[in-house]
Structure formats: structure tokens, C-alpha cells
Design a protein around this ligand. Structure first.
Ligand code: 4AD
Ligand code: MG
Length: 477
């Protein structure tokens, strides 16, 4: 008898059919009801055993976490919580889980504890739901761009350039760093390294993505990116996934339109295709909220928040307008939040972003036209000589979810900026070449995939939306 997935049985139950189900035991109640989950859905299959007819020693091995295979007839269930159940004729233990040692018990474990057992947390409802939503979002990303005629390109993971110019890269080397080959002046001789030069893990696929857009018009990347920024926050990972569309002939307004359409599509896709998981996560978030003081609870549930974002236009404001709003905002009495910003030119802190999104506009905000000195070298300079055509999409509860810009397509302007910032031309000659040969106006952005998943799942910490989070001091698994 071929194994059938629990999801298939739940979606289209054939009562009276003999089935085989394999999965992990969640609970075993009254020596009679085994709740089995195989990860195909949030729902467990109830397997009903007749303990008098079964081998006692065998039943003792049916413990939380054990892997079992059950065969029997599918029956309508009278118990609440499930529509069908399997009346067990034969039971096999595929893998025992010693209850004295198995760390997951049928009770609520803290997320912090579960992070320490990342190899097992996929067996909880919370994490399997998150990872299924993650899967659905990966699929939706490709769907969206495929429907629009964008081509997916793979950009390199090992690179010789620093796309963001922020110097936050992980070095890739085969040199013996305890005794590296040296130049005459004592510096490391990178010519003897594997690639004959210094290389790093990519911080962004954008620059290579631009080369593709300058020949294929509309492309997107979807790959892992790496940042050695030492920010131990609930929003930063050292290894995260980014989706970076890049489009020839798009200006900053076209770019903002695409970004808004894209995230709305993803959120709608989740609402339509991840119903069971989102309902579970919605309830989970409501339960969490109960533990918070009234004034810290959010006015919307997770599902309401998702629907709101899908249905409402994002607010578009320039950086300069945002600074004025912040300057005129009243810090709250207890000085718990200090929204005031001193002057034009300052980078926005996350509390400023949250004020704009959650308090002032109460909807997602696209901020654009930032001061050039706080943004990357490749962004297109505006005529005011002070700002660049940058845009950030800010989301409630998350802050920045997308960063992007129109690119500087004018050779002279870009070259001057690169020189001004002291970026060696030898690292970027090929990028500058794009502006020498058939340059075109173009734009693009990057969506942080885990930040999207944070928003869609209502989770509070980015370590909980990627199976094996990489953060400072954390590469156990
Ligand atoms: O704003 P960022 O740094 O922009 C870029 O990398 C551009 N090259 C994108 C482009 O225009 N093609 O990063 C883009 C997004 C951020 O908005 C954020 O969502 C996410 O990537 N991000 C991170 N997510 C998790 N952990 C980190 N350390 C992140 N850094 C950025
Ligand atoms: Mg950014």
C-alpha cells in the first residue's frame, strides 16, 4: 500500500478507503488516539488504535516525536477537530524517540528554546506553518515575475566587488591566514589566493543583475546574500535571501509602482493559498498579544493587517517631507519615543520609520529622494544636487522591507561619484562599461525575503522565519 500524504487525505477524503499514513507522533491520548503529523499540512491525522488488540510493548513506543507508519480504513470522525480518522489495522514504529530525552513535548515551548534546537523545531506547528508559507512565497515570487515576462538570472555568490560599498563583506579565501603570502610592504599577497584577487560573499546581486537588464530589459534575481554587519537585532541576518528585479527603461516612479504591485501580489497570494497556516499563525499572534499591556497591542490582527496591505494604496512621500513631519511631531510625554529628528541629511532610525508608518500615516509608506550622502554610489542623482532617486518601502512592524533606486546611467556623473568615494576603478570597470556602451535609464529594488516572511507570518524575530538563521555567534547547525 502506497503512503498517502495527510494533506491529500484531508483535501479529498475517501471514506472507507484503506490508507497508509507515515509521520511523527504529536500526542498519544488515552492509549487510543495518536495524532500524527507529516508536515504536509498543519492538521494532524488522528489514528485510532484498539489497545486491547495491540501489542503492549509496541504501543509503549508510540511517544511524542516517534516516527510511525499506520495502515487502516479511513472513517468519518465524530470527535471534534478533524473530519476523518484512520482506524488502525497495523502499526509500525519507524523511529523511536526516547521520551526521557526528546526535547519537544506537547506543550508550548519558548521561541528562544526552539532556536537552540533548530534541527527539530520544524516538527512544531509554528515552524512547519512558517516554512510552508515561506515555500508559498518563493513560488509566488517566481509566478509574479514569470507572468510579467521578467527573466530570472543567477548572479554569482562569490564576487570581487562590493555592491553596496558598505564594506560589510565576508571574505572568501583559500590562503592560510596564519601564514599568508606577503607583498614586499607586508600586506597580504592576494594574487596567490584562489581567484588571484580578494573575493567575498556577495552582499547583493544588483550590479550583475544590471548587466542582465542591459540586454534582456527586465530580469530578477533571487538568491542568498551575506552581510557581516554586527547588528544583533530582530530584523538582521548575516545570511538572508533577496529578490532583486532590475528593469531597463523604468524611472523611479515606475520602480515604485512595481514594488507596490509586487508586495501586494505576494500578500494576496498568501491570503488565498495559505489559509490554514495563516489562521493558525493569526491565532498564535492573538495569543501572544494577550500577554502584552493594552496600549502595546496592535489594533489589527495578523489577517486584518495582511488584508489591509493588500487593499490599500501605499503612501508616497519624499525624504524631505518626512523630515518635516518628524520635526513637527510631538515627542510623547514620557519620552518613551523620541521622534524628533535634528536636521535634514540624517539617516532615519527605525523608530522614525515606525512613527511614519504606524502612527502618522497608518499604512505602508514609500520614502523617496534621499540625501545622496546616506545612500549607495550607484543611485541616480537628482537635479537639486543634494538628493538621489532612492526609494525605501516601509512596513508596519517591520520597517524597511524594500530598498531600491533609479540607477545612475550617465557615465560622467557615475564616474565622478565613484572617484569621489574612492572606489577603485579596477573593481568596477565592467559596471562602468555598461554606461559607455548603449547605456539606458533603468531602475531596480531589493526585497528582503525574510522581512517579507516576518510580515506575512506575524512573527517578531527574523531568526524564526529562516530554518537555520546565521547571526553573530550563531552557526551551530
Ligand atoms: O537596502 P538594501 O541594502 O539594498 C540593496 O542591497 C540593493 N542592492 C537592492 C537593489 O536595489 N537591488 O537591501 C535590500 C533589502 C532591505 O530593504 C531589507 O529588506 C533586506 O534587503 N535586508 C536584510 N534582511 C535581513 N538581514 C539583513 N542584514 C538585511 N539587510 C538588508
Ligand atoms: Mg536599504
Amino acid at each position: 500500500l502506497k503512503r498517502i500524504k495527510i494533506k491529500e487525505l484531508m483535501d479529498a477524503p475517501v471514506v472507507g478507503k484503506k490508507v497508509n499514513v507515515k509521520g511523527w507522533v504529536r500526542t498519544f491520548r488515552s492509549n487510543r488516539f495518536i495524532a500524527i503529523n507529516d508536515g504536509s499540512t498543519i492538521n494532524n491525522m488522528q489514528a485510532v488504535v484498539d489497545f486491547e488488540a495491540m501489542d503492549e510493548q509496541l504501543l509503549k513506543r508510540v511517544t511524542t516525536g516517534a516516527c510511525v507508519s499506520v495502515t487502516g480504513e479511513l472513517k468519518e470522525s465524530l470527535g471534534k477537530g478533524q473530519t476523518v480518522e484512520v482506524i488502525v489495522e497495523s502499526l509500525e514504529i519507524l523511529g523511536d524517540a526516547d521520551p526521557e530525552k526528546y526535547p519537544l513535548q506537547p506543550k508550548k515551548h519558548s521561541l528562544e528554546f526552539l532556536r537552540e534546537i533548530a534541527h527539530l523545531r520544524v516538527r512544531t506547528n509554528t515552524f512547519s506553518a512558517i516554512y510552508r508559507v515561506r515555500h508559498a512565497m518563493i513560488f509566488a515570487v517566481h509566478n509574479f515575475f514569470n507572468q510579467k515576462g521578467f527573466y530570472n538570472v543567477h548572479t554569482p555568490i562569490i564576487t570581487g566587488s562590493d555592491a553596496e560599498g558598505a564594506g560589510e563583506m565576508f571574505r572568501v579565501t583559500t590562503l592560510d591566514l596564519t601564514n599568508p603570502p606577503k607583498n614586499e610592504d607586508g600586506t597580504i599577497n592576494n594574487k596567490e589566493d584562489f581567484f588571484g584577487k580578494e573575493t567575498n560573499l556577495t552582499v547583493s546581486g544588483q550590479l550583475e543583475g544590471e548587466t542582465a537588464a542591459m540586454g534582456m530589459s527586465e530580469i530578477y534575481t533571487f538568491g542568498p546574500t551575506f552581510r557581516a554587519e554586527n547588528s544583533n537585532t530582530s530584523r538582521h541576518l548575516a545570511e538572508f535571501w533577496m529578490i532583486e528585479p532590475e528593469m531597463a527603461f523604468y524611472d523611479i516612479n515606475d520602480n515604485m509602482d512595481l514594488a507596490e504591485e509586487f508586495v501586494k501580489y505576494l500578500v494576496k497570494y498568501a491570503l488565498e493559498n495559505c489559509k490554514d497556516d495563516l489562521e493558525f499563525l493569526n491565532q498564535r499572534a492573538l495569543d501572544e498579544e494577550k500577554g502584552k499591556p493594552q496600549n502595546e497591542r496592535s489594533s489589527m490582527s495578523l489577517l486584518e493587517r495582511l488584508q489591509f496591505v493588500a487593499d490599500n494604496e501605499f503612501e508616497r512621500v519624499t525624504y524631505t517631507e518626512a523630515i518635516d513631519i518628524l520635526k513637527n511631531s510631538k515627542p510623547n510625554k514620557k519620552k518613551k519615543f523620541q521622534y524628533l529628528i535634528e536636521e535634514w541629511g540624517a539617516d532615519l532610525q527605525s523608530e522614525h520609520e515606525r512613527f511614519l508608518v504606524e502612527k502618522h500615516f497608518e499604512k505602508p509608506v514609500i520614502l523617496y529622494n534621499y540625501p545622496k550622502d546616506i545612500k549607495a554610489f550607484y543611485m541616480r542623482q537628482n537635479n537639486d544636487d543634494k538628493t538621489v532617486a532612492a526609494m525605501d518601502v516601509l512596513f508596519p512592524g517591520i520597517g524597511e522591507i524594500i530598498g531600491g533606486s533609479q540607477r545612475e546611467e550617465r557615465y560622467d556623473v557615475l564616474k565622478a561619484r565613484v572617484d569621489e568615494l574612492g572606489i577603485p576603478e579596477k573593481d568596477l570597470w565592467w559596471y562602468l562599461d555598461l554606461r559607455k556602451f548603449g547605456s539606458a535609464p533603468h531602475s531596480g529594488f531589493g526585497l528582503g525575503f525574510e522581512r517579507l516572511i516576518l510580515f506575512v507570518t506575524g512573527m517578531g524575530n527574523i531568526r524564526d522565519v529562516i530554518p537555520f538563521p546565521r547571526t553573530p555567534d550563531n552557526a551551530e547547525f
